[in-house]
Design a binder for this molecule. Structure first.
Ligand code: NAG
Ligand code: NAG
Ligand code: NAG
Ligand code: NAG
Ligand code: NAG
Ligand code: NAG
Ligand code: NAG
Ligand code: NAG
Ligand code: NAG
Ligand code: NAG
Ligand code: NAG
Ligand code: NAG
Length: 529
């Protein structure tokens, strides 16, 4: 048998090779026609208005079960937490002061540098998560239940999603991000030294690498291989990686980092209690619990992302989708955001790299998640680039936002696990959706007759983030702060946040949720052993 199948493989390969000769590559065919390149675009400087990402073509919109035909609520766009697509946020999302702010560079400013930190695109569920388990439960019981009404599709439904890797839509998201970044910032490529290629970074995980390459295809065009260097940082247990810091943060992976799951589960039992009863009544013999209903909402989200549409989505009401968003808000808040004891420490390595780039000074002490081999090399970690592009994960970008101390996102305080508060400053679908982009613009601005000075400002999915909590940064309609002031505040932050303590020390927090953490660090009540 083994010999036979080897032979079969060999003849297949032979057939493949012999067919290839009928399809010579472009380098053999020749005749490409004229190929002049034009000027680099610079839309953030030249556009009359900033372009906005508002669509998720080719996925199909659905309506919650109780939404009127003329309704405008789109849960996929605004209530699917980290499973929503990144769309441009209104300018005033993080502060009413920013009515006139956008990605366009402010008046009397020129742009000298841009830093992009983005998430990978839409992916299948992570290995062993609730959607696949729900698929097994249904498969185990298929033929033993007889669902009716809106749930009758379940009688023949089979779980069929992949795991971990990008979906086709996810590839598009990163390609589009690359195209839009080129159109907005391409002019900065002219400021690279002649013969110097940009270095962009990602991690070794398949969806991370493929996201970076799809970005490159959009940004540079194909073939992109000779137009930049892709740094691929190992993402695996024990390896230092500022774009995957959980690989070395012990407390992020034990009970101290698990409060988000507890908070989510507590909330699911409340907001999906009625849905569980309603769906069980339709299921004709399949017991659907609140956590099954939660798995069904997740299948809805993943099927839309992967297949374009899902029969599970119209089973739920508008309020249940608002509850769905809140389940993600709780999960992130207590495990990866200002309510988590390890968040600041997990994000601080990236802040150290940012300060290194902004000051053009190599990192002196490697005591967080930075890798001295990579970061202290001008080849793998250049300090003079006009454009920086780093790819990372949802939970990491959240932690970096904590390390950067964008505290306006924590303004409404700890999140209750039994109801959705009237106002909340933290919504995961705004902060960490698929393809989310955090952009730092370094600007050279004049005001009045004074000399030009260097400023920095931050845009999260095109909305300015306030820096007014940073000592020395003053109110500004475009969210700017003097770069020198901001950098010295970040240096202080780096001194205050201890990776050795927060991530590696042996401590117990009796009740992470009840501790009301709002600074992403262990509370005073933590007991050190
Ligand atoms: C939808 O139609 C209803 C009934 O005609 C109307 O009361 C409501 O204002 C409409 N809603 C929107 C968002 O247009
Ligand atoms: C926004 O721009 C308008 C028109 O120039 C101006 O009147 C208004 O004061 C600006 N608002 C803020 C908050 O800067
Ligand atoms: C499905 O059936 C298998 C084999 O009977 C069993 O081991 C497993 O626990 C079941 N899983 C679920 C989710 O019902
Ligand atoms: C399922 O229930 C419907 C009526 O609700 C019935 O017509 C049908 O025969 C049932 N199917 C099975 C396989 O029992
Ligand atoms: C690269 O070379 C071109 C053509 O000689 C020149 O115009 C440009 O200023 C150079 N760019 C840099 C960044 O040195
Ligand atoms: C640092 O990166 C280098 C190059 O990828 C790798 O060989 C080394 O194992 C990394 N060290 C740590 C501690 O992650
Ligand atoms: C449904 O499952 C829940 C949780 O496993 C269990 O407590 C309950 O008794 C089950 N209900 C029925 C009708 O089987
Ligand atoms: C990896 O991080 C640890 C802890 O911060 C540090 O002690 C070590 O020197 C780092 N390794 C490298 C290669 O940077
Ligand atoms: C900032 O602008 C001033 C005045 O236009 C100019 O002299 C200076 O070279 C610029 N600096 C940078 C870093 O672009
Ligand atoms: C790393 O070392 C520096 C310099 O000794 C210190 O100021 C800082 O607190 C330490 N940072 C972390 C993240 O542990
Ligand atoms: C946390 O906040 C809740 C609600 O405000 C309060 O009841 C509780 O005492 C606080 N816990 C701590 C440790 O401060
Ligand atoms: C942490 O301290 C406790 C209490 O002394 C001890 O039981 C436990 O083994 C320690 N954990 C580690 C990982 O060292």
């Amino acid at each position: 048998m083994a010999v036979l199948s080897l032979l079969a493989l060999a003849s297949l390969a032979l057939a493949q090779t012999s067919l290839d000769s009928f399809f010579p590559p472009a380098s053999v065919v020749g005749f490409p026609g004229p190929t002049p390149t034009g000027n680099e675009p610079f839309e953030v400087a030249t556009g009359p208005a900033a372009p906005a990402q508002t669509d998720y073509f080719p996925l199909v919109r659905f309506r919650p079960s109780d939404e009127a035909a003329n309704g405008t609520y789109d849960p996929f766009a605004v209530s699917f937490g980290n499973l929503s697509p990144a769309l441009s946020l209104p300018p005033t999302t993080f502060s009413p002061a920013f009515v006139n702010s956008s990605a366009l560079i402010p008046p009397q400013c020129t742009l000298s540098q841009v830093h992009l930190l983005h998430r990978h695109g839409s992916r299948y569920p992570t290995s062993g998560s609730a959607p696949a388990s729900f698929g097994v439960k249904v498969a185990n019981n298929t033929g033993k239940f007889n669902a009716s009404g809106a749930l009758s599709f379940l009688n023949t439904w089979k779980y069929g999603l992949g795991a971990e890797i990008l979906t086709p839509f996810g590839r598009e998201q990163l390609f589009d991000l690359g195209v839009s970044f080129r159109v907005k910032y391409g002019h900065l490529l002219d400021a690279f030294g002649n013969g110097t290629l940009p270095v962009f970074r990602t991690t070794s995980e398949d969806r991370m690498l493929k996201s970076a390459l799809n970005f490159a295809a959009g940004f540079f065009g194909i073939p992109y291989e000779d137009q930049y260097h892709q740094s691929i940082i190992i993402e695996a247990t024990g390896f230092n990686n500022t774009l995957a810091p959980y690989e070395t943060c012990t407390n992020g992976n034990n009970a101290n980092g698990a409060a988000g799951t507890t908070a989510t589960n507590d909330w699911v039992a409340i907001y999906l209690k009625d849905a569980a009863a309603r769906l069980s009544a339709l299921s004709g013999g399949l017991n659907i619990t609140a956590s099954d209903a939660y798995a069904m909402q997740q299948v809805c989200a993943y099927e839309i992302n992967s297949l374009g549409y899902s029969d599970f989505c119209p089973l739920f009401t508008q309020a249940e989708f608002q509850g769905f968003e809140y389940s993600f808000d709780l999960g992130f808040w207590y495990s990866n955001f200002f309510g988590a004891p390890v968040a600041a420490a997990e994000g601080i390595g990236y802040v150290q790299e940012l300060v290194s780039r902004l000051t053009q000074t190599p990192i002196a002490t490697h005591n967080s998640t930075t890798n001295s081999t990579l970061d202290n090399s001008a080849i793998t970690f250049p300090l003079n680039q006009p454009i920086y592009v780093d790819a990372s994960h949802d939970t990491v970008i959240s932690a970096i936002i904590v390390a950067l101390n964008f505290s306006s996102l924590a303004a409404t305080g700890p999140l209750p696990t039994d109801h959705i508060p009237a106002n909340r400053s933290f919504i995961v679908s705004q902060v960490a959706p698929f393809g989310t982009q955090l952009v730092g613009q370094v600007l050279n601005c004049t005001s009045g007759a004074g000399p030009a000075q260097s400023y920095i400002r931050w845009l999260l999915n095109d909305a300015s983030v306030p820096l007014t909590n940073v000592p020395g940064c003053t109110a500004d309609p475009y969210g700017r702060c003097l770069t020198s002031t901001w950098v010295s505040a970040m240096k202080t932050r780096i001194e205050q946040v201890s990776f050795a303590n927060d991530c590696l020390a042996n401590y117990t927090i009796t009740d992470v949720i009840g501790a009301n953490i709002t600074d992403g660090r262990p509370p005073a009540s933590a007991v050190f052993h």
